[in-house]
Design a protein around this ligand. Structure first.
Ligand SMILES: [Mn+2]
Length: 319
C-alpha cells in the first residue's frame, strides 16, 4: 500500500523541505447514508502513484510533498476531531518554512478542527482577528445545527465553521439544502460578520461559470474545502450522498485556478471519498485534482509579483 502521495515519482520529502504536508484522516464517524470514507485517504494515495508528475505546465511535486502518518481515527468524534487539529498544528508549527497542510478525508466533519488550527496559527502570526476565510465546494450546505442529534456530524460542519468559529464562508455548487439551512443562510445574509455567501449549482453549472465574485473584504487567505460530492457524480460517484447536477471537471479546474489567482490558499482538504470496490476512476480523479491544486498553489507562490506569497503565513495583509 502506498504510504505517501506520488510515491515512486517523488520519495516522501522531509517535512523541512516540503511545501505540501499531506495528512491522511481515515475518519468515518457520523456518515449518514453510504459509508466507506475511512478508506478514502488510502485510495487517493494509491491512485496518486499513477499520476504524471508533469501536470501539463510544470512539476508541482518538485516543491516537495511530505505525507504524514494517518491520524488515529479510533474512538468517539469528541476524541478524534481534536487529533485532526493537532495534526494540522504540528504541520504548521514545527517547521520554519511553514508547510501547507493538505488534509485527505475521511468525512467532512474533519474540516472544522483543521480550519480552527489554521485560523489560530494565522491569528498568532498576523495579529488579525479574522485572518482566514473558507471556500467550500460541496453538494450540501452542511449548515445544520446538528444532524441525527450530533453537532459534530458532517452535515453540520459548516455551521461549526461559520457560527462557532466565526469564519467567513463562500459556498460553491450546493444543490441539496434543508429548510433550516435556507433559513440560516438568509439570516446570515443580513448580518455582515462573519459573511456567508453562496453560488449554488443551479446558478453556476448550467451557465458553466468558472469565476465567482470574491468580495474585496473577504480575507486574503483562504482554506479551501473540497467535498467531492460537489463534483458531478459522473466524475465522482464514490461518495456517501451523491447528488446530480454538480460541477464538471474543467469547470472545477477553472474555478479552482480562479480562486488560486484571487486568494492565497493557506491549506486545503479533499473529503468524503467513499471508494467503490472495483471502480478506480473516482480515486484517480481525486488524486489528480489534489495534484492540480498543488500545482496551482506552487505556481502562485513562485509567480512574479506574488511577493510575500512565497511563504504562506508571512505574506502581506489585505485582499
Ligand atoms: Mn460536505
Amino acid at each position: 500500500m502506498s504510504k505517501s502521495f506520488l510515491e515512486g515519482e517523488y520519495p516522501c520529502s522531509s517535512p523541512d523541505q516540503a511545501l505540501f504536508y499531506v495528512i491522511p484522516v481515515p475518519y468515518e464517524g457520523t456518515v449518514s447514508y453510504g459509508g466507506g470514507t475511512a478508506r478514502g485517504p488510502e485510495r487517493i494515495l494509491a491512485a496518486s502513484t499513477q499520476l504524471e508528475k508533469f501536470d501539463g505546465i510544470d512539476c508541482p511535486g518538485e516543491a516537495g510533498i511530505h505525507t504524514a502518518r494517518p491520524v488515529d481515527c479510533s474512538g468517539t468524534p469528541e476524541e478524534v476531531l481534536p487529533r485532526v487539529g493537532d495534526a494540522v498544528l504540528s504541520a504548521l508549527g514545527a517547521h520554519d518554512h511553514d508547510p501547507l497542510p493538505v488534509v485527505l478525508g475521511g468525512e467532512h466533519s474533519i474540516t472544522a478542527p483543521a480550519v480552527r488550527a489554521v485560523r489560530d496559527k494565522l491569528r498568532e502570526r498576523t495579529g488579525l482577528a479574522t485572518p482566514l476565510g473558507v471556500i467550500q465546494i460541496d453538494a450540501h450546505a452542511d449548515l445544520r445545527d446538528r444532524y441525527e442529534g450530533s453537532p459534530l456530524s458532517h452535515a453540520a460542519v459548516m455551521r461549526r465553521v461559520h457560527q462557532d468559529l466565526g469564519v467567513p464562508l463562500i459556498q460553491i455548487g450546493v444543490r441539496a439544502l434543508s429548510r433550516e439551512e435556507e433559513t440560516y443562510r438568509l439570516a446570515a445574509r443580513d448580518e455582515t460578520d462573519p459573511v456567508l455567501l453562496w453560488h449554488d449549482a443551479r446558478d453556476i453549472v448550467p451557465s458553466a461559470l468558472s469565476r465567482i465574485e470574491i468580495p474585496r473584504d473577504f480575507p486574503s487567505r483562504v482554506y479551501l474545502t473540497l467535498d467531492v460530492d460537489g463534483l458531478d457524480p459522473s466524475i465522482c460517484p464514490a461518495t456517501g450522498t451523491p447528488v446530480p447536477g454538480g460541477l464538471e471537471w474543467y469547470q472545477t479546474l477553472n474555478l479552482l485556478q480562479h480562486i488560486a489567482n484571487a486568494r492565497e490558499i493557506a491549506a486545503f482538504d479533499v473529503v468524503e471519498l467513499a471508494p467503490i470496490p472495483g471502480l478506480h476512476a473516482p480515486d484517480y480523479a481525486l488524486a489528480e485534482l489534489t495534484y492540480r491544486i498543488m500545482g496551482m498553489i506552487a505556481r502562485s507562490r513562485s509567480a512574479p509579483g506574488s511577493g510575500g506569497r512565497e511563504r504562506p503565513f508571512r505574506g502581506t495583509v489585505g485582499p
